[in-house]
Write a protein that binds this ligand. Structure first.
Ligand code: SF4
Ligand code: SF4
Ligand code: SF4
Length: 331
Protein backbone atom coordinates (compact mmCIF):
# COMPACT_ATOMS: atom_id res chain seq x y z
CA UNK A 1 0.00 0.00 0.00
CA UNK A 2 1.20 3.52 -0.78
CA UNK A 3 2.53 5.33 2.27
CA UNK A 4 0.83 8.47 3.53
CA UNK A 5 3.36 11.23 2.92
CA UNK A 6 1.30 14.07 4.25
CA UNK A 7 2.48 16.12 7.23
CA UNK A 8 0.73 14.11 9.91
CA UNK A 9 1.63 13.11 13.44
CA UNK A 10 2.11 9.58 12.07
CA UNK A 11 4.86 10.32 9.59
CA UNK A 12 7.06 12.75 11.50
CA UNK A 13 10.40 11.73 12.98
CA UNK A 14 10.47 9.46 16.01
CA UNK A 15 12.98 10.11 18.76
CA UNK A 16 16.00 7.79 18.86
CA UNK A 17 15.03 5.43 16.08
CA UNK A 18 15.18 8.35 13.60
CA UNK A 19 11.81 7.41 12.22
CA UNK A 20 8.78 9.64 11.90
CA UNK A 21 7.10 11.35 14.88
CA UNK A 22 7.44 15.08 15.57
CA UNK A 23 4.66 17.19 16.97
CA UNK A 24 1.14 17.57 15.84
CA UNK A 25 -0.06 17.84 12.28
CA UNK A 26 -0.45 21.46 11.46
CA UNK A 27 -1.41 23.90 8.82
CA UNK A 28 1.74 25.56 7.57
CA UNK A 29 1.72 29.34 7.81
CA UNK A 30 2.84 31.18 4.71
CA UNK A 31 3.53 34.68 5.92
CA UNK A 32 6.57 36.27 4.33
CA UNK A 33 9.01 37.56 6.96
CA UNK A 34 12.61 38.72 6.99
CA UNK A 35 13.46 36.03 9.51
CA UNK A 36 11.43 33.11 10.80
CA UNK A 37 12.66 30.64 13.37
CA UNK A 38 10.26 29.28 15.96
CA UNK A 39 7.70 26.80 14.73
CA UNK A 40 9.19 26.51 11.27
CA UNK A 41 10.05 23.30 9.44
CA UNK A 42 13.48 21.96 8.71
CA UNK A 43 15.27 19.00 7.13
CA UNK A 44 17.75 16.75 8.88
CA UNK A 45 20.21 14.92 6.63
CA UNK A 46 22.00 12.01 8.26
CA UNK A 47 25.14 11.42 6.20
CA UNK A 48 25.75 8.04 7.86
CA UNK A 49 22.64 6.77 6.03
CA UNK A 50 22.90 8.20 2.53
CA UNK A 51 24.36 5.78 -0.04
CA UNK A 52 23.99 8.26 -2.90
CA UNK A 53 21.47 5.87 -4.52
CA UNK A 54 24.56 4.32 -6.13
CA UNK A 55 22.59 1.63 -7.92
CA UNK A 56 20.01 3.98 -9.37
CA UNK A 57 20.38 5.92 -12.65
CA UNK A 58 20.12 9.16 -10.64
CA UNK A 59 19.54 9.68 -6.90
CA UNK A 60 15.87 9.31 -6.03
CA UNK A 61 15.78 12.67 -4.21
CA UNK A 62 17.17 14.41 -7.30
CA UNK A 63 14.74 12.62 -9.61
CA UNK A 64 11.75 13.50 -7.40
CA UNK A 65 12.77 17.16 -7.17
CA UNK A 66 13.08 17.46 -10.95
CA UNK A 67 9.71 15.83 -11.48
CA UNK A 68 8.04 17.98 -8.82
CA UNK A 69 9.37 21.25 -10.19
CA UNK A 70 9.39 20.63 -13.94
CA UNK A 71 6.53 23.11 -14.47
CA UNK A 72 8.55 25.86 -12.76
CA UNK A 73 11.64 25.34 -14.93
CA UNK A 74 12.46 28.22 -17.31
CA UNK A 75 11.57 28.14 -21.01
CA UNK A 76 13.84 30.86 -22.43
CA UNK A 77 12.92 32.99 -25.40
CA UNK A 78 15.40 32.31 -28.23
CA UNK A 79 17.74 33.76 -29.30
CA UNK A 80 19.07 34.64 -25.86
CA UNK A 81 20.68 38.05 -26.09
CA UNK A 82 23.87 39.11 -24.36
CA UNK A 83 23.43 40.89 -21.06
CA UNK A 84 24.19 44.55 -21.07
CA UNK A 85 27.00 45.60 -20.64
CA UNK A 86 28.63 42.24 -19.78
CA UNK A 87 28.34 40.72 -23.29
CA UNK A 88 27.51 37.30 -21.86
CA UNK A 89 24.52 35.28 -20.62
CA UNK A 90 23.75 32.12 -18.63
CA UNK A 91 22.02 29.33 -20.53
CA UNK A 92 21.37 25.93 -18.95
CA UNK A 93 18.40 25.14 -21.18
CA UNK A 94 20.53 22.93 -23.47
CA UNK A 95 22.04 21.09 -20.48
CA UNK A 96 18.88 20.16 -18.63
CA UNK A 97 20.13 16.62 -18.07
CA UNK A 98 22.95 17.81 -15.73
CA UNK A 99 22.37 16.37 -12.23
CA UNK A 100 25.83 16.59 -10.65
CA UNK A 101 25.52 20.28 -9.84
CA UNK A 102 22.88 22.87 -9.06
CA UNK A 103 21.35 24.47 -12.14
CA UNK A 104 18.04 26.23 -12.88
CA UNK A 105 16.81 22.76 -13.93
CA UNK A 106 18.33 20.81 -11.02
CA UNK A 107 17.64 22.18 -7.56
CA UNK A 108 19.34 19.44 -5.55
CA UNK A 109 22.45 17.35 -6.12
CA UNK A 110 24.38 14.63 -4.28
CA UNK A 111 28.11 15.17 -3.76
CA UNK A 112 30.60 12.40 -3.01
CA UNK A 113 33.88 12.57 -1.08
CA UNK A 114 36.18 9.88 0.24
CA UNK A 115 37.63 10.24 3.73
CA UNK A 116 40.02 7.52 4.93
CA UNK A 117 38.68 5.06 2.38
CA UNK A 118 35.05 5.71 3.34
CA UNK A 119 32.63 7.13 0.79
CA UNK A 120 30.42 9.96 2.03
CA UNK A 121 27.43 11.12 -0.01
CA UNK A 122 26.11 14.63 0.67
CA UNK A 123 22.71 15.73 -0.63
CA UNK A 124 22.92 19.50 -1.22
CA UNK A 125 20.39 22.25 -1.87
CA UNK A 126 19.34 25.59 -0.40
CA UNK A 127 19.89 25.66 3.39
CA UNK A 128 16.81 27.88 3.98
CA UNK A 129 18.70 30.18 6.34
CA UNK A 130 16.91 31.73 9.32
CA UNK A 131 18.16 35.19 8.42
CA UNK A 132 18.80 34.78 4.69
CA UNK A 133 21.12 37.36 3.10
CA UNK A 134 19.67 36.43 -0.31
CA UNK A 135 16.16 37.53 0.73
CA UNK A 136 17.21 40.48 2.85
CA UNK A 137 19.51 41.96 0.21
CA UNK A 138 17.58 41.36 -3.00
CA UNK A 139 17.14 44.91 -4.36
CA UNK A 140 13.81 43.89 -5.97
CA UNK A 141 12.30 42.07 -2.97
CA UNK A 142 12.01 38.93 -5.09
CA UNK A 143 12.85 36.52 -2.26
CA UNK A 144 10.93 35.82 0.92
CA UNK A 145 11.53 33.85 4.08
CA UNK A 146 8.19 32.25 4.95
CA UNK A 147 6.95 31.19 8.36
CA UNK A 148 7.08 27.54 7.26
CA UNK A 149 10.88 27.92 7.06
CA UNK A 150 11.21 28.10 3.27
CA UNK A 151 13.10 30.80 1.39
CA UNK A 152 11.38 31.22 -1.98
CA UNK A 153 12.25 33.18 -5.11
CA UNK A 154 9.32 34.91 -6.79
CA UNK A 155 10.16 34.20 -10.45
CA UNK A 156 7.81 36.97 -11.59
CA UNK A 157 9.74 39.64 -9.69
CA UNK A 158 13.30 38.36 -10.12
CA UNK A 159 15.51 40.39 -12.47
CA UNK A 160 18.36 37.88 -12.47
CA UNK A 161 20.95 40.33 -11.15
CA UNK A 162 22.34 37.40 -9.13
CA UNK A 163 22.90 39.40 -5.90
CA UNK A 164 21.31 36.48 -4.04
CA UNK A 165 23.96 34.14 -5.44
CA UNK A 166 26.77 36.58 -4.61
CA UNK A 167 25.72 36.99 -0.98
CA UNK A 168 24.80 33.35 -0.37
CA UNK A 169 27.74 31.65 1.42
CA UNK A 170 27.10 28.53 -0.71
CA UNK A 171 26.23 30.44 -3.94
CA UNK A 172 23.08 28.35 -4.26
CA UNK A 173 20.73 30.25 -6.66
CA UNK A 174 21.41 29.65 -10.36
CA UNK A 175 20.54 31.94 -13.27
CA UNK A 176 18.82 31.25 -16.56
CA UNK A 177 18.87 34.07 -19.11
CA UNK A 178 16.27 34.69 -21.81
CA UNK A 179 13.39 34.53 -19.38
CA UNK A 180 11.61 36.89 -16.96
CA UNK A 181 10.99 40.54 -16.35
CA UNK A 182 14.40 41.78 -17.49
CA UNK A 183 13.49 41.05 -21.12
CA UNK A 184 11.00 43.90 -20.96
CA UNK A 185 13.49 46.30 -19.37
CA UNK A 186 16.70 45.59 -21.25
CA UNK A 187 19.27 47.09 -21.45
CA UNK A 188 19.74 47.15 -17.69
CA UNK A 189 22.89 46.25 -15.76
CA UNK A 190 20.89 44.83 -12.82
CA UNK A 191 19.12 42.20 -14.91
CA UNK A 192 20.01 39.04 -16.71
CA UNK A 193 17.31 36.40 -16.35
CA UNK A 194 15.72 34.67 -13.41
CA UNK A 195 17.32 32.88 -10.45
CA UNK A 196 16.25 29.36 -9.45
CA UNK A 197 16.78 27.19 -6.38
CA UNK A 198 15.09 24.74 -4.02
CA UNK A 199 11.99 26.28 -2.43
CA UNK A 200 11.58 23.58 0.24
CA UNK A 201 8.53 22.46 -1.73
CA UNK A 202 6.68 25.50 -0.38
CA UNK A 203 3.52 24.66 -2.38
CA UNK A 204 3.48 21.08 -1.09
CA UNK A 205 3.89 22.34 2.49
CA UNK A 206 0.91 24.65 1.98
CA UNK A 207 -1.09 21.54 1.09
CA UNK A 208 0.11 19.64 4.16
CA UNK A 209 2.58 17.46 2.23
CA UNK A 210 6.27 16.82 2.91
CA UNK A 211 8.98 17.77 0.34
CA UNK A 212 9.17 15.52 -2.72
CA UNK A 213 12.84 14.61 -2.11
CA UNK A 214 12.13 13.47 1.45
CA UNK A 215 9.14 11.45 0.27
CA UNK A 216 11.19 9.72 -2.47
CA UNK A 217 14.00 8.83 -0.06
CA UNK A 218 11.46 7.48 2.42
CA UNK A 219 9.84 5.32 -0.28
CA UNK A 220 13.23 3.80 -1.07
CA UNK A 221 14.73 3.31 2.39
CA UNK A 222 11.85 3.61 4.87
CA UNK A 223 13.05 3.90 8.48
CA UNK A 224 16.70 3.79 7.36
CA UNK A 225 16.39 6.94 5.26
CA UNK A 226 18.86 9.79 5.70
CA UNK A 227 16.36 12.60 4.94
CA UNK A 228 13.97 13.65 7.70
CA UNK A 229 11.51 16.50 7.73
CA UNK A 230 9.71 18.06 10.69
CA UNK A 231 9.51 20.97 13.10
CA UNK A 232 12.82 22.78 13.36
CA UNK A 233 13.04 22.75 17.15
CA UNK A 234 12.35 19.00 17.31
CA UNK A 235 14.88 18.27 14.56
CA UNK A 236 17.57 20.25 16.39
CA UNK A 237 17.09 17.98 19.42
CA UNK A 238 17.12 14.84 17.29
CA UNK A 239 20.23 16.03 15.44
CA UNK A 240 22.02 16.44 18.78
CA UNK A 241 20.88 13.02 19.98
CA UNK A 242 22.04 11.41 16.76
CA UNK A 243 25.38 13.25 16.91
CA UNK A 244 25.86 12.01 20.48
CA UNK A 245 24.93 8.47 19.47
CA UNK A 246 27.48 8.33 16.63
CA UNK A 247 30.03 10.62 18.33
CA UNK A 248 29.55 12.87 15.36
CA UNK A 249 29.11 16.47 14.24
CA UNK A 250 26.35 18.84 13.14
CA UNK A 251 26.43 21.32 10.26
CA UNK A 252 23.75 23.95 9.64
CA UNK A 253 22.50 24.64 13.14
CA UNK A 254 24.66 27.74 13.50
CA UNK A 255 26.09 28.27 10.01
CA UNK A 256 25.17 31.61 8.46
CA UNK A 257 23.29 32.46 11.68
CA UNK A 258 21.27 29.22 11.66
CA UNK A 259 19.50 27.36 8.87
CA UNK A 260 16.58 25.01 8.30
CA UNK A 261 18.85 22.22 7.01
CA UNK A 262 20.96 20.22 9.44
CA UNK A 263 23.56 17.64 8.54
CA UNK A 264 24.84 15.00 10.95
CA UNK A 265 28.07 13.18 10.18
CA UNK A 266 30.58 10.86 11.86
CA UNK A 267 33.35 12.69 10.01
CA UNK A 268 34.12 16.31 11.02
CA UNK A 269 32.74 18.79 8.51
CA UNK A 270 36.13 20.49 8.26
CA UNK A 271 37.44 17.30 6.65
CA UNK A 272 34.46 17.01 4.33
CA UNK A 273 34.91 20.67 3.42
CA UNK A 274 38.59 20.29 2.63
CA UNK A 275 37.83 17.24 0.44
CA UNK A 276 35.17 19.23 -1.40
CA UNK A 277 37.61 22.08 -1.91
CA UNK A 278 40.27 19.66 -3.08
CA UNK A 279 37.78 18.48 -5.70
CA UNK A 280 37.17 22.17 -6.60
CA UNK A 281 33.49 21.84 -5.70
CA UNK A 282 31.44 25.01 -6.03
CA UNK A 283 29.44 23.85 -2.98
CA UNK A 284 31.80 23.70 0.01
CA UNK A 285 30.75 23.10 3.64
CA UNK A 286 32.81 25.81 5.34
CA UNK A 287 32.01 27.42 8.67
CA UNK A 288 30.16 30.64 7.88
CA UNK A 289 28.99 33.47 10.11
CA UNK A 290 26.10 35.72 9.19
CA UNK A 291 27.50 39.21 8.58
CA UNK A 292 23.92 40.45 8.04
CA UNK A 293 23.39 40.94 11.76
CA UNK A 294 25.57 44.02 11.68
CA UNK A 295 24.09 45.22 8.40
CA UNK A 296 20.51 44.79 9.71
CA UNK A 297 20.93 46.91 12.82
CA UNK A 298 22.72 49.57 10.81
CA UNK A 299 20.03 49.74 8.12
CA UNK A 300 17.03 49.59 10.53
CA UNK A 301 14.68 52.57 10.33
CA UNK A 302 16.04 53.93 7.06
CA UNK A 303 13.67 54.56 4.20
CA UNK A 304 16.57 54.01 1.84
CA UNK A 305 16.76 50.34 2.80
CA UNK A 306 16.67 49.07 -0.82
CA UNK A 307 19.68 51.24 -1.65
CA UNK A 308 21.45 50.06 1.50
CA UNK A 309 20.54 46.50 0.55
CA UNK A 310 22.10 46.93 -2.86
CA UNK A 311 25.28 48.39 -1.39
CA UNK A 312 25.37 45.78 1.36
CA UNK A 313 24.94 43.06 -1.26
CA UNK A 314 28.03 44.24 -3.08
CA UNK A 315 29.89 44.54 0.23
CA UNK A 316 28.87 41.06 1.29
CA UNK A 317 29.92 39.54 -2.00
CA UNK A 318 33.36 41.09 -1.51
CA UNK A 319 33.35 39.94 2.15
CA UNK A 320 32.60 36.30 1.16
CA UNK A 321 35.27 36.35 -1.51
CA UNK A 322 37.80 37.69 1.03
CA UNK A 323 36.89 34.97 3.55
CA UNK A 324 37.22 32.34 0.81
CA UNK A 325 40.59 33.77 -0.19
CA UNK A 326 41.81 33.79 3.42
CA UNK A 327 40.74 30.16 3.77
CA UNK A 328 42.52 29.24 0.54
CA UNK A 329 45.68 30.98 1.73
CA UNK A 330 45.45 29.24 5.13
CA UNK A 331 45.25 25.87 3.36
S1 SF4 B 1 19.18 11.29 0.28
FE1 SF4 B 1 18.07 9.37 -0.04
S2 SF4 B 1 17.33 9.49 -2.16
FE2 SF4 B 1 18.95 11.03 -1.94
S3 SF4 B 1 20.86 10.01 -2.58
FE3 SF4 B 1 20.69 9.76 -0.35
S4 SF4 B 1 19.67 7.78 -0.10
FE4 SF4 B 1 19.32 8.40 -2.21
S1 SF4 C 1 21.46 28.95 1.48
FE1 SF4 C 1 21.83 30.77 0.24
S2 SF4 C 1 20.10 30.84 -1.16
FE2 SF4 C 1 19.51 29.48 0.52
S3 SF4 C 1 18.47 30.79 2.05
FE3 SF4 C 1 20.65 30.71 2.64
S4 SF4 C 1 21.56 32.51 1.64
FE4 SF4 C 1 19.59 32.13 0.63
S1 SF4 D 1 12.63 20.43 -0.86
FE1 SF4 D 1 11.51 20.32 -2.82
S2 SF4 D 1 12.51 21.87 -4.11
FE2 SF4 D 1 13.91 21.45 -2.40
S3 SF4 D 1 15.30 19.85 -3.10
FE3 SF4 D 1 13.60 18.81 -2.06
S4 SF4 D 1 12.15 18.36 -3.72
FE4 SF4 D 1 13.56 19.91 -4.50
Amino acid sequence: MEKDHRLTRRNFLKKGAMVTALGAACTVGVTGTASAKAGTYATLIDLTRCDGCKNEPIPKCVEACRKENVKKFPEPREPIKNLWPQKTFDDWSKKREVTNQLTPYNWTTVQKVEVEGEEIFIPRRCMHCDNPPCANLCPFGALNKYSDGSVVINHNLCMGGAKCKAVCPWHIPQRQSGVGLYLKLQPMPAGGGVMYKCDLCHDRLKNGMIPACVEACDKRLGDKKPLHFGKRDDLVKIAHERAKEIKGFIYGENENGGTATFYVSKVPFERIDSKLKEAKSSLPMSKVLNPLRAVNSWAKGFLIAPLISGLAAVGLAVYHRRIEKMEEEKE
